[in-house]
Design a protein around this ligand. Structure first.
Ligand code: KG4
Ligand code: ZN
Length: 343
């Protein structure tokens, strides 16, 4: 089976063609980072206009590079939410149109579903698995039981992890998005110089909270006489170290909760943009080993938003016979588990 996937929920116009053999036949991405850089965050109106300008070119490029005829495509998948409505409308409408023209099934994909299934595109990973989904908008522990079938074990009660990276980056005057910039800066910083709080430390559940950490970072920066290069590197390193410590403590709780649902399951995976951070990847690897779990980490370019994750989610849903009605609309908010496959 060959599926064309389209992703336009935020600031990347991306598409890919993926086969049920786990092969990415081709992929194409147009990043809007330059458009939003000067505003230090995504401007929804500019994002929507940019998706309009680039969506058709990105898809055309993907089809040409795959070296297939458009008629070989078996289904078309597109992100329908959660995300920015303007961009979602561009991708979803384009997908419906291609589906109608080719007379091939259309599948609306929840963006989180795309992230959550991505480890199965990279590895032979059986359900159920424990997933830490860490992106710019979401931070959650999930039990992934089947495509579209999840148990939310815990989640952030305030900011998402990626948001905490981006806000810290902004505070330090770094470029957008902050996550990769903080990782780079932290390499030369002293991770022990500042002791930042670990919100919810010791709680028995596996929720996250980052707002207290964000405030502490701001107050620390404001107290320094001048924020020089080495102060910035030390804040970045101390912040990243604290995030790893938070993950370490919360993940052990999540493993306990997951094991109550699935006593014999021993696989865990990570997904979402923050999962491309090498220090976080290393932290998770150590915890997995200590707890006798196997850890599956997709390559960094499949962690940040991309078209292949949506095409692959399309493959997974089509393999169990799912299809979405053309009347299905975009959703700015779309909790995992809300169905879209009634036809
Ligand atoms: O999954 P994603 O590409 O988009 C959303 O669905 O939100 O995640 C974007 C987030 C941003 O907050 C970005 O700063 C963060 O992922 N990110 C990172 C790294 N690369 C991207 N955070 C920490 N370290 C990184 N290397
Ligand atoms: Zn994402």
């Amino acid at each position: 089976m060959i599926v064309l996937g389209i992703e336009t929920s935020c600031d990347e116009t991306a598409s890919a063609i993926v086969s049920s053999e786990r092969e990415i036949l081709s992929e194409s991405i147009y990043s809007q980072i330059k458009t939003h850089e000067e505003y230090l965050g995504v401007v929804p109106e500019l994002a929507a206009r940019s998706h309009i300008d680039h969506c058709d070119k990105v898809i055309k490029d993907t089809i040409e590079k795959a070296n297939i005829s458009i008629k070989d495509i078996d289904a078309i998948a597109a992100t329908a939410g959660p995300g920015l409505l303007g961009g979602l409308l561009v991708g979803l409408t384009t997908a419906k149109s291609i589906s109608l023209a080719l007379k091939k099934p259309f599948v609306a994909i929840n963006h989180l579903d795309g992230h959550a299934l991505t480890p199965r595109l990279s590895y032979e990973l059986d359900f159920p698995y424990l997933l830490l989904l860490i992106s710019g908008g979401h931070t959650m522990f999930l039990s992934v039981k089947a495509p579209g079938n999840y148990i939310v074990l815990g989640q952030s009660i305030d900011d998402a992890m990626g948001e905490a990276f981006d806000k810290t980056g902004r505070l330090l005057g770094l470029g957008y998005p902050g996550g990769p910039e903080i990782e780079k800066l932290a390499v030369n910083g002293d991770a022990q110089r500042f002791k930042f709080p670990r919100p919810l430390y010791g709680r028995s559940n596996c929720d996250f909270s980052f707002s207290g950490l964000k405030t502490a970072v701001r107050q620390t920066a404001e107290k320094l006489p001048s924020l020089n290069k080495s102060d910035k590197a030390d804040i970045a390193a101390s912040f990243q170290f604290t995030v790893c410590k938070i993950i370490e403590e919360r993940l052990v709780k999540a493993i306990n909760v997951f094991s109550k649902y699935h006593p014999n399951a021993k696989n865990m995976a990570i997904a979402g943009g923050v999962a491309s951070n090498s220090i976080i990847r290393e932290t998770l690897n150590n915890i997995a080993i200590d707890n006798n779990f196997s850890l599956y980490i997709p390559p960094p370019k499949l962690c940040t938003d991309n078209g292949a994750m949506i095409a692959w989610a399309g493959v997974e849903h089509r393999l169990i016979g799912r299809e979405t009605n053309y009347s299905f609309d975009v959703k700015a908010r779309w909790p995992l588990g809300d169905n879209c496959y009634e036809i």
